[in-house]
Write a protein that binds this ligand. Structure first.
Ligand code: PMV
Length: 319
């Protein structure tokens, strides 16, 4: 009645922003991501019939603020009449800061809950249970390059490339490690209701997915970079055009973008993407990792740099 699972965050190169069904937490658009290898969340879950309510420890400290969302994810896996559990979450990167910590945490949580309660849910069920907790978490069930597609009342994830097929490096420039002011779930609802650009964003997504899929299949970094940057900036334009506007960037985020542009103008194949937070992720081939990492670290306002390869999907770990 205990189990532990590890999952990695994923970074979308073609983003999802907006939901088509709030109740089921279904995304409005498909998306494509890359799963990271070096950042992780471990979720251990222990069924404890002596407990009167669930207990959540995050990096050693009891957390009440995140408990409701975590408990509801376990309910979705095991049923709301389940016994109480103690959940221990440990990770090696800042949480709720636009680094997809909810993706890795909920992907690991559904895998661990399934095992701890002795359930035998299929991979497809686990994908949808993770997606219900956090849209992007469905993608962390798989490694490598992952595409999430919408099907009726479900999402389906598939591998475009496995982790070893295209060993890119992801350099994460941390410009502000604190939690973001507004959760992405709340922010995307504001965009759907108020941004004049929202409908065009939804309409154009399938073109962006087609272009990115082809670039990934050809392992063409420049082509992937062009569409990924376009898609990222378009998503942020939807946010900027929302009322109230949502600007997750700070001046260091923009300085990092400029650093990537400078590297590109020197002929270095590298591109950036930014999620709902102020951190910038630069993606390049292994031979340019050092150069890109040093350039990001030297950019004004960057407080830390993390480097990762392409990782594998969520899996059980030894407790
Ligand atoms: O998984 P959520 O609901 O926290 O939303 C993630 C949204 C973005 O990270 C901005 C884009 C994406 O596709 O991951």
């Amino acid at each position: 009645m205990r189990a532990k699972a590890r999952a990695h965050p994923n970074i979308a190169v073609i983003k999802y922003w907006g939901k088509r069904d709030i109740e089921r937490n279904l995304p409005a658009v498909g998306s494509i991501s890359v799963t990271l290898s070096d950042l992780y969340s471990d979720m251990a879950i222990e069924v404890d019939t002596t407990l009167r309510e669930d207990v959540l420890l995050v990096n050693g400290d009891e957390s009440r603020s995140m408990l409701a969302r975590v408990s509801s994810c376990v309910d979705n896996v095991a049923g709301s009449d389940r016994s109480c559990v103690k959940i221990t979450s440990d990770g090696n990167f800042p949480i709720a800061a636009g680094l997809a910590s909810s993706a890795s945490a909920f992907a690991a949580l559904v895998v661990a809950s399934n095992a701890a309660f002795g359930l035998n849910k299929s991979h497809e069920e686990l994908v949808n249970l993770a997606g219900r907790a956090s849209g992007s978490a469905a993608r962390s069930l798989l490694g490598g390059f992952v595409e999430l597609e919408n099907r009726d009342n479900e999402v389906v994830v598939g591998n475009l490339l496995a982790a070893d097929d295209w060993p890119l490096r992801i350099i994460v420039a941390i410009t502000a490690p604190g939690p973001k002011p507004l959760s992405s779930g709340d922010a995307m609802e504001i965009s759907r209701k108020t941004s004049p650009f929202y409908d065009r964003w939804i309409e154009q997504q399938s073109e962006d997915l087609t272009e990115a899929r082809a670039a990934i299949q050809d392992r063409d970094l420049i082509r992937l970079g062009a569409i990924a940057e376009h898609n990222c900036l378009k998503m942020h334009s939807v946010m900027w055009g929302s009322r109230p506007p949502m600007i997750y960037w700070n001046s260091a985020t923009i300085a990092c973008m400029q650093t990537v542009r400078d590297l590109q103008s020197q002929g270095i194949p590298v591109f950036f993407t930014i999620d709902a937070g102020p951190q910038l992720k630069a993606i390049c081939a292994p031979e340019h990792e050092e150069l890109v990492r040093d350039a990001m670290a030297a950019t004004a306002g960057v407080v830390d740099v993390m480097v990762s390869g392409v990782g594998t999907g969520a899996r059980l770990a030894t407790t």
